[in-house]
Ligand binder design. Structure first.
Ligand SMILES: Nc1nc2c(c(=O)[nH]1)N[C@H]1C(S)=C(S)[C@@H](COP(=O)(O)O)O[C@H]1N2
Ligand SMILES: [Mo]
Length: 434
C-alpha cells in the first residue's frame, strides 16, 4: 500500500497532534462521538485550546471508578479455574501471581494468563461467528464480512508480544506513594506474554476496501454493555488511529498454539503490540472504519491521565506501555539466612525493549547488575537472574530497576494520576530473612 493521507493532513503517530486535529473536526461537525455527552467533549475542546469560547464547563472530576466486587469474591464471569496459589481475584478480574511464573519459560501459559473483564466472558460459537467491517472509511458502501474460516485462509503471522493492562501496578500509587487512585487495585500481575497467531489487520482492512480517507478504526466486543456508576457506556470499544492499525496489529485467533481461550477473546481478538491492554479488544464483533475521528468513553474519560500536573482535558489518549520490573517471588517471601538462592524476575517496556536491569537487596542503597537471559526486543520482556545469599536476619526490600534501549530508567516515583495508569516506578518488594 502507498502512503496514506487523511483529511487531517499527513498521518502521524503523534497522538496529541492527532487528537487536536480530531477535536477540531468534531467542532466542525464532522467527527462523531456516540455515547459521550456533548458537554464532556466541549470540556475537552476548551482545555485543548481548540476554542469554543465561554460556553464550556471548566471542571474536571475524577472519573467514576470501574465497578468492582468485594475483595475475596469469586471472579464472576471468568470461565477458567483460578487457583489461589496462581491468581489474585479483583471483582471480575484476576491477576497472575508473579511467584507462579518462576520457571514457566518465556511465554505465559494460557491457564496462568491474567484476565481483565469489564463484564463477563461471553459464550461465542466460532462456527457462526462473523466479523463485520463497516463505515464511511471504506471505499464501497457495503460492509465486509469474514468468518473464522475466511480469516484462517489468509496469510498467517505469529508474534510473541506481551499484553498488559494500563492499570498494572496501580496499587503501588497508594501502597508506595501514599496516593489513592480509582480502579482495580492490581499489583504487578496484569501482564502476560503469548505467542499470538492470526492475520494482519492491515491485510483484512485492505480486503474490506480501506479508503485513503480513513482516519480511525473502532473495534467493538461482543460482551455485554458496560455500566459505570449506573451509566450505560455501551459495549467495550476504543478507537485506534489507522496508522497503528496498519502497522503491527493482529486479528489473533490462536494463543500459544491453542485456539483463543474463552476468557481471552474466543474466537478472535485484536492484538495491539506495545499499547495498553484496552486497545486489544476481545470477542471482536465488528470494526467501524471511519473517515472522521471517533470517540468512545475508553479514549476520553478513561485511559487518559487526569489530575494536577496533567492538562485539564487529560493527557492524549494513552497508547504505549511504560517500563516495569517484577520479582518472581511471593510478597513477603520468607528466605533462609546463609543459603544461596537465585533471584529471578522479568522487565519489560512499551518501547524498544529492556537493555539492562540492576538489583538492590538492601532497600536501594547498593545496586548490582542482573544477568539477562533474553535480548531486548519491542513487545518483548527480558528474564533476569541474580545469585544472592541473604546474611542478616530480618526484613528487607528487594528492588529491580530496568533501563530500556533508549536509556530511560525506571524512576523512584511515578507522577500521580487520578485513575492510576502507567505506574513505572521501581517497586519495593518486601522479604523476610530468617
Ligand atoms: N471486549 C472486551 N475487550 C477487552 C476487555 C473487555 O472487558 N471486553 N478488556 C480490555 C482490557 S482493559 C485489557 S487489560 C485486556 C485484557 O486481556 P486478557 O483478559 O486477555 O488478559 O483486554 C481488553 N479487551
Ligand atoms: Mo486493562
Amino acid at each position: 500500500m502507498g502512503p496514506i493521507t487523511t483529511r487531517i493532513g499527513p498521518m502521524t503517530n503523534d497522538e496529541r497532534a492527532y487528537d487536536r486535529g480530531r477535536l477540531g473536526l468534531w467542532l466542525a461537525g464532522t467527527a462523531r462521538a456516540e455515547g459521550i455527552e456533548r458537554r464532556d467533549l466541549l470540556r475537552l475542546l476548551a482545555a485543548a485550546g481548540v476554542g469554543v469560547g465561554a460556553t464550556t464547563a471548566a471542571t474536571v472530576g475524577a472519573a467514576a471508578p470501574p465497578a468492582a466486587a468485594a475483595p475475596g469474591a469469586r471472579a464472576a464471569g471468568i470461565v477458567k479455574p483460578l487457583p489461589p496459589d496462581r491468581f489474585v481475584i479483583h471483582g471480575t478480574n484476576a491477576e497472575t501471581r508473579w511467584s507462579a511464573l518462576r520457571g514457566t519459560g518465556y511465554h505465559t501459559p494460557n491457564d496462568l494468563f491474567f484476565v481483565r473483564n469489564h463484564t463477563v466472558t461471553p459464550a461465542l460459537d466460532a462456527a457462526t461467528w462473523r466479523l463485520r467491517i463497516w463505515g464511511d472509511g471504506l471505499r464501497g458502501a457495503r460492509p465486509a464480512e469474514f468468518s473464522l474460516e475466511d480469516l484462517r485462509a489468509l496469510p498467517a503471522v505469529e508474534r510473541s508480544v506481551f499484553l498488559e493492562c494500563a492499570g498494572n501496578g496501580r496499587s503501588f500509587f497508594d501502597r508506595q506513594q501514599g496516593e489513592p487512585v480509582s480502579g482495580t487495585a492490581w499489583s504487578l500481575g496484569a501482564i502476560g506474554m503469548a505467542r499470538w497467531r492470526g492475520v494482519r489487520l492491515a491485510e483484512v482492512l485492505r480486503r474490506a476496501g480501506l479508503s485513503p480517507h480513513a482516519v480511525d478504526i473502532q473495534p467493538r466486543g461482543l460482551d455485554d454493555a458496560f455500566f459505570s456508576g449506573g451509566v450505560n457506556l455501551g459495549r467495550v470499544r476504543r478507537p485506534l488511529p489507522v496508522t497503528k492499525a496498519l502497522d503491527d496489529v493482529l486479528l489473533a485467533y490462536e494463543m500459544n498454539g491453542a485456539p483463543l481461550p474463552p476468557d481471552h477473546g474466543h474466537p478472535v481478538r485484536l492484538l495491539v503490540p506495545s499499547w495498553i491492554g484496552i486497545s486489544s479488544i476481545k470477542w471482536l464483533g465488528d470494526i467501524e472504519v471511519s473517515a472522521t475521528p471517533l470517540y468512545s468513553p475508553w479514549n476520553t474519560d478513561l485511559y487518559r491521565l487526569f489530575g494536577p500536573g496533567h492538562p485539564e482535558e487529560g493527557s492524549a489518549p494513552l497508547s504505549r506501555q511504560t517500563l516495569k520490573s517484577a520479582f518472581e517471588l511471593p510478597w513477603e517471601a520468607p528466605l533462609s539466612a546463609g543459603r544461596a538462592r537465585v533471584l529471578t524476575g522479568r522487565s519489560w517496556s512499551g518501547g524498544r525493549g529492556v537493555r539492562s536491569v540492576e538489583i538492590s537487596v538492601d532497600g536501594g542503597t547498593a545496586w548490582r547488575p542482573a544477568t539477562l537471559h533474553d535480548a531486548p526486543r519491542p513487545g518483548g520482556w527480558v528474564r533476569w537472574s541474580l545469585r544472592w545469599t541473604p546474611r542478616t536476619p530480618g526484613r528487607t526490600e528487594l528492588l529491580a530497576r530496568a533501563t530500556d534501549v533508549d536509556g530511560t530508567t525506571q524512576p523512584e516515583r511515578t507522577a500521580h494520576n487520578t485513575q492510576g495508569y502507567l505506574f513505572d516506578a521501581v517497586v519495593r518488594h518486601p522479604v523476610t530473612v530468617a
